[in-house]
Write a protein that binds this ligand. Sequence first.
Ligand SMILES: [Mg+2]
Length: 308
Amino acid sequence: MRGRVPQTVPTITPLVRAYDHLLLDLDGCLWVGGTPTRDAPLALQTLREAGKRVAFVTNDTRSSAEEYVRKLWSLGFRASLEEVVTVGGALQHHLSERHGMRRASAYVVGTPAIVRHVSDAGLRVVNGMAEAPHAEVVVAAGHDRLVFEELKVATQALLAGADFIAAGRDRTFPMPDGMWPGTGALVAALEYASGRRATTVGKPEPEIFATALDRLGAGRALVVGDRLDVDLAGAHAAGLDGAIVLSGATSRAEAETAGADGGPRPVAIAADLAELVLGEAPPLAPLPPAAPPQPPDLPPAGYGRAAG
Ligand SMILES: [Mg+2]
């Protein structure tokens, strides 16, 4: 545990005690960027001491399961490879069943980790080759080094009839400097350009939770995540309860009004994983200082942004 030694062994909340398994989201739940959310390592350790089994279920496409295990340990979370269920693994399973046997050609918009999953599924990755615009399959997964050429080649392959598989529809994910565009933003661009609709395999599709439950065995499971349209909707699709933490992409007002349109409602809303598991309220934030004096010549909102 980093930076904090509890004086007594914490107990878990009655809500969490009612479940055998917790399916935990990573981005915005266990961490934001490279920093754990408040007391998240303590919350995870307490879950383990209470005999709960956990799986880490992530739509993040930027790393492999092995890399997530290393990151978990580096941030103070004990974790094993079997506990990490990534959308990359779900993509690999999907592609291998549909396209692996015939060694279909694939153009991949994604990180090296995703390229490896596509290749391990038995597909022939044709990125950088002359046949790329005629690939039989386009795989789309958000990544930080996206360039126009990738959108162009993927669009051409899709217009030529390629099968279209995407890692998810997450609009954004939280980072220390604010929200970053997620896989869903990339998928939307390709769908708009091609007029095609992607098949997605990550949350909120239920299969990724089924994979996690397969590994955990029988028991009652609670999904915990920071997105209503991904984590909560995925829990609902898989027939599981979902709790929302406010340490990522969702505001309290959004979480509290979830379900008003007939969609799923969270069984709990907590400031963060620690509050959900340990019941601790986060420390009161100091009152903000009085509004600082503003320079008189601030440019109008939107000044300096490109038009359109
Ligand atoms: Mg998340």
